[in-house]
Design a protein. Structure first.
Length: 708
């Protein structure tokens, strides 16, 4: 940062009005510091050297270039923030919109003679589109050597495609902004670009109060980050660094501490600790703006642990106490004993909310989940405490989440789980660009550009659903789940309408009597074995090292085969490249005009071009199969790998076998073609998809997976 310029007389800069009331702070972000009236404090960012022409726009003579940054507070009551746009002459027209598409017309008339119209067309300069593509390619490849000129062109036209992908640090103000910030674009030499908000934060910049970086789509784990960094970011979001050092985080993702720090710097431009700190700051800032919580509760809910630490952090970063950032007037409203907090969860559009809601509605367990209209609600249990969450669509490319949980400090982890359930970190543009290159997938992606891969609230719950879905219809599986919750789930201390129980925890099920499970003994034994494995290793369903290692670890559990492991990787571990290649629904969706289906091996080879978005390719293929009405009416509950193709012999639900990757299964011609969701066809050479008696196929049906 440059040092403050020497004191100068205000008369040297035409257009500055000095006589504001005593005690009012005037912030002019251009660069002068003295000559104020007695008692008036003027804070001016450094940057104007002696003799240079003042870039101040309010009331200046014609011909002086506009240059006042956003955020001037002249002659206003303390605590009220006034945003003064560039001082435009009366009658001039300003039509600069955030996020203008390349090629659209932008009329800029700030700081010019009255009546003079300057028309700038985004993308009209030679090479601007190529420059933007260069920036995009650099971000996707994980490079931090972002081309400065290309980045500057992107922010000059406020290209919404880069929102969440890069951030602009303004050296003359110490502020960092989103690419779509409505403030006047600074000079090129006064800006520096960062791939993440954490990198800008670690470099000493503070978030802009106008464009609010905390409201940008959270895409840090998607663009250019290695798989190791992506998994580490997911763990950080879930609180991995709240009570553990960086070396513990490194061990969970299978690298050394120095290697993890190097990877974070390489891909994110910030250390793991800086990433965790910036998340706390941005969540705290969001709570200040979107709620009326008292600052003590904001500090706890944002994960700071103490009010003093919260105040010190904001004072250091924003040069003002956190209370000064709250724009709206009114009384504080406590979260109360239930810990009720509502806030928005942003995403990058488009978002197929009806498809997401249909998926969750089809799998809702009575007492634990409900879908009413366009609102999804469920009970939650964390560390022995109970609560509820509800999610509904909101304006501005966001979902509105209402959390009721008595421990405010759990809010960051609850938000992280909700983001995982609703797949809010997805970038549909990047997914569509890659999958749209395939002639089969292109029309599917065009038809449903906002389709997401639904996540799971809890890995153990997902695995239990998978085991329950073996060999029976969806309605039958749901009845088993309802009975399981009624028998072993703890009742909510304060029932909320249809929400009366929380899902049983692993310890409760591990100690249960298989005979009292109300299901076939072998299936009950498989459930108890999964529960015991989770009790022994609570992180078995947590984000780990690699997709291959995660699948191998999951397949070691009783009753879980290849398909189930891939399914859990998709929904719980958020592995965007997980792909159950032996799934008969995927094979059917990829059949040629003559109805010939590819083998699992051929499908895997075809899916190579879909990396790293194979999970989304699978979701589109399942959705297309459901639309054609080809999905089976059996085995629709949740996943896993144990429901045979209808018409085949019933396998032992406690066992699973991996399908032959070189074969695809032909369903019984007299029955529906798709197996249940937790299954994929595992035929023997020369045989149909139905597994042999006493064995189970590790696969799934189109309908089962898509939830259609």
């Amino acid at each position: 940062m440059t040092q403050p310029a020497s004191a100068k007389s205000p008369q040297a800069y035409p257009g500055i009005k000095a006589g504001v009331a005593a005690g009012i702070e005037t912030t002019i972000e251009s660069g002068i510091e003295t000559g104020t009236e007695a008692g008036i404090e003027t804070t001016i960012q450094p940057g104007i050297e002696t003799g240079t022409e003042a870039r101040i726009e309010t009331g200046t003579e014609l011909g002086i270039e506009a240059g006042i940054e956003a955020g001037i507070e002249v002659g206003i009551e303390p605590g009220i923030e006034t945003t003064i746009e560039a001082g435009i002459e009366p009658g001039s027209e300003t039509t600069i919109e955030a996020g203008i598409e390349p090629g659209s017309e932008t009329t800029i008339e700030a700081g010019i003679e009255p009546g003079m119209e300057t028309t700038v067309k985004a993308g009209i300069e030679p090479g601007i589109e190529a420059g933007i593509e260069q920036v995009e390619a650099g971000i996707e490849a994980g490079r931090l050597d972002l081309d400065h000129d290309a980045c500057y062109r992107a922010i000059a036209v406020r290209d919404a495609r880069f929102d969440g992908r890069l951030f602009t640090g303004v050296k003359t103000t110490g502020i960092y902004c989103r690419p779509i910030c409505p403030a006047r674009t600074p000079r090129s030499e006064n800006v520096v670009f960062f791939p993440t908000a954490a990198a800008a934060h670690e470099a000493g910049f503070r978030p802009c109060l106008r464009c609010r970086p905390e409201t940008s789509p959270d895409l840090g784990a998607w663009h250019g980050a290695s798989n190791t960094v992506s998994r580490a970011l997911a763990l950080v979001e879930l609180g991995a660094l709240d009570d553990a050092p960086v070396d513990a985080l490194a061990g969970r993702v299978g690298v050394g501490e120095r290697q993890l720090r190097r990877l974070f710097q390489q891909h994110l431009g910030a250390s793991p600790v800086a990433v965790a700190q910036s998340r706390r700051v941005l969540l705290g800032k969001q709570l200040i703006h979107e709620t009326r919580l008292p600052m003590t509760e904001v500090a706890m809910a944002a994960g700071f642990g103490s009010l003093r630490r919260f105040n010190d952090t904001f004072q250091t970063l924003f040069k003002r106490p956190p209370t000064a950032l709250r724009r709206s007037a009114g009384r504080d409203v406590s979260a109360g004993p239930d810990g009720e907090i509502s806030l928005k969860l942003r995403y990058r559009p488009p978002y197929d909310w009806p498809a997401m809601l249909d998926f969750l509605r089809a799998r809702a367990i009575s007492g634990v989940e409900s879908v009413d209209g366009d609102v999804y609600r469920r009970s939650i249990g964390l560390h022995g405490r109970q609560g509820t969450v509800s999610v509904r669509p909101a304006g501005g490319n966001a979902l509105c989440a209402t959390v009721r949980f008595p421990v405010l400090s759990a809010l960051p982890r609850i938000i992280a789980r909700l983001r995982r359930v609703f797949d809010l970190a997805a970038d549909p543009d990047a997914i569509a660009e890659q999958l749209g290159k395939d002639p089969t997938l292109a029309p599917l992606v065009a038809a449903r550009p906002g389709l997401r891969v639904p996540g799971a609230w809890d890995g153990f719950e997902l695995a239990v659903r998978a085991v329950l879905g073996q060999q029976i219809t969806v309605s039958g599986a749901i009845r088993l789940a309802d009975a399981l919750v009624a028998r072993f789930g703890a009742r909510l201390q304060a029932p909320d309408g249809a929400l009366t129980h929380v899902f049983p925890d692993p310890a409760m099920l591990a100690a249960a009597d298989p005979a009292a499970m109300g299901m076939p003994r072998s299936r009950g034994a498989a459930l108890l074995a999964v529960a015991a494995a989770v009790v022994a290793e609570p992180r078995i369903f947590a984000t780990g090292r690699s997709l291959e290692e995660a699948v191998a670890q999951l397949r070691a559990l009783p009753g879980i085969g290849e398909w189930t492991a891939q399914y859990i990787a998709m929904r719980q571990l958020r592995e965007r490249d997980a792909f159950p290649a032996a799934d008969i629904g995927l094979m059917r969706a990829m059949a040629d005009a003559a109805g010939l289906r590819p083998t699992a091996r051929a499908l895997l080879a075809r899916a190579e071009s879909w990396r790293p978005w194979r999970a989304y390719a699978a979701q589109h293929l399942w959705a297309s199969g459901a639309q054609r009405g080809s999905a089976t009416r059996r085995g629709l509950f949740e996943s896993p790998a144990h429901t045979p193709d209808p018409g085949s012999a019933s396998p032992d639900p406690g066992r699973s076998v991996s399908p032959d990757p070189g074969r695809s299964g032909s369903p019984n011609p007299g029955r529906s073609a798709a197996p249940s969701p937790g299954r994929s066809a595992a035929p023997s050479p020369g045989r149909s998809a139905a597994p042999s008696p006493g064995r189970s196929a590790s696969g799934a049906s189109a309908r089962a997976e898509s939830g259609a």
